[in-house]
Write a protein that binds this ligand. Structure first.
Ligand SMILES: *Cc1c(COP(=O)(O)O)cnc(C)c1O
Length: 428
């Protein structure tokens, strides 16, 4: 059959087929470290990457491979690599592109942990990041220099609900001959498909909506397969003989799968940020209902945000799904099925009132997580974003008088009632 399946079909079927050994219909958890070689020639072919197969689960595992194929299909990519966390996925995305002295251009509107990873930790590898407001395309262009190797942003940016104009950003990246990496965690491929807007690589924290129920720490890098790594001499790991894999030329040998093969054969082999098969199984089960959950997340978020916006105890709501948002007109183009379920609320009474609100809620959980079936809240300025400067906090939508809500799939009237009683306690 030549039919192209729709999203709801792919989220259930992509990457999975009845187990050839047992007929098991659900993807089995292949809880094994190693795989028996048929003979010495088979082993040699696997190690030479002449035959695709399983060697050792730090590199590949059948359960993890099913998840890789499924996420690649949902994002419209050529291949994908699963990792031990979203933060691992970010390092894995950068690893084949970077070298000491090289830099990336990153949006100021990012997950707080990513700002920290890019501001401090990557410097230990000799990499650096320049943070720029991605609504200022001239500033982006001006920040790019001869050592720049990638552009990095989030589609729907955590925590403010800001929507990046991916088409415009991709044009800047393309004109500079650079890959665009988009963190699509908050949107998921159901709401936004960054590759359709020109992204080269898509990264995910599978910890969030993909798994969807707060049980797994995981990450994924999806490769569009569309970037020509060989047009410049900027990406020798992919386009020139790779000394870390006996001189193999990944782009010439694997074409659109060069990044994926390099990430497995060198990245996972040597960095070891591997997803475990049990985690992959939970994430596969979560993805089966992704579209159903995201529809409810978005509908609930809109209802709760509208209620909050009209409440006199509230100073403002950043949800892009509200017509008052400056990013509202980007929804139709970038994330047509909705603006996600993550937004910030500014409360009258500032820092103290936020702390009291968080402590008074009964249904919302105060946790450093998002994208759970349960509704979650966090006061970013005193938690996830506390290591940032006040300027960075403000730019990231994490000012002291703001809380971030991740709206779950409960009955929205119960969520509104809980917020109502807690606001009464928090704002005198
Ligand atoms: C949570 C998150 C990350 C980090 O993912 P982990 O799985 O916690 O390592 C990165 N980006 C965004 C947008 C996130 O929400």
């Amino acid at each position: 059959m030549t039919r192209t399946y729709g999203f709801d079909t792919l989220q259930v079927h992509a990457g999975a087929r009845p187990d050839p050994a047992t007929g098991a219909r659900q993807v089995p958890i292949y809880q094994t470290t190693a795989y028996v070689f048929r003979d010495a020639d088979h082993a040699a072919a696997l190690f030479n990457l002449q035959e695709v197969g399983y060697i050792y689960s730090r590199l590949t595992n059948p359960t993890v491979a099913a998840l890789q194929e499924r996420v690649a299909a949902l994002e419209g990519g050529a291949g994908a690599v699963c990792c031990s966390s979203g933060h691992a996925a970010q390092i894995m995305a950068l690893f084949p592109l970077m070298a000491p002295g090289r830099n990336i251009i990153a949006s100021t509107r990012l997950y707080g942990g990513t700002v920290t990873q890019f501001s401090h930790t990557i410097r230990r590898f000799g990499w650096s990041a320049k943070f720029v407001d991605f609504d200022d395309l001239d500033a982006m262009r001006a920040a790019i220099d001869d050592d720049t190797r990638a552009i990095f942003c989030e589609s729907i940016a955590n925590p403010g609900g800001y929507i990046t104009d991916l088409d415009a950003v991709a044009q800047v990246a393309e004109a500079a001959g650079l890959p665009l990496i988009v963190d699509n965690t908050s949107a998921t491929p159901y709401l936004c498909r960054p590759i359709d807007h020109g992204a080269t690589l898509v990264v995910h924290s599978a910890t969030k909506y993909l798994t969807g129920n707060g049980t797994v720490t995981g990450g994924v890098v999806v490769d569009s397969g569309r970037f020509d790594w060989s047009t410049s001499d900027k990406f020798p790991s992919l386009a020139a003989p790779e000394p870390a894999y006996h001189g193999l030329e990944f782009h010439r040998t694997f074409g659109p799968l060069a990044f994926t093969f390099h990430s497995i054969a060198v990245g996972l082999r040597d960095l070891g940020m591997t997803m475990n098969p049990q985690g992959a199984h939970y994430t596969l089960m979560g993805i089966e209902t992704l579209s159903l959950r995201m529809e409810r997340h978005v509908a609930n978020a809109r209802k709760v945000a509208e209620w909050l916006q009209n409440d006199p105890r509230v100073e403002g709501v950043t949800y892009a799904g509200l017509p008052s948002s400056p990013y509202h007109d980007r929804i139709a183009r970038i994330c047509p099925k909705g603006a996600g379920a993550l937004f910030t609320v500014a409360i009258k009474g500032g820092y103290e009132a936020c702390v009291k609100l968080v402590g008074s809620l009964e249904l919302f959980s105060h946790v450093a997580n998002l994208g759970d079936t349960r509704s979650l809240i966090i006061h970013s300025a005193s938690t996830t974003h506390r290591q940032l400067t006040p300027e960075q906090q403000f730019a990231a939508g994490a000012a002291p008088n703001m809380v971030r809500l991740s709206i779950g799939i409960e009955d929205p009237d119960d969520l509104i009632a809980d917020l109502d009683q807690a606001l009464t306690k928090a704002v005198a």
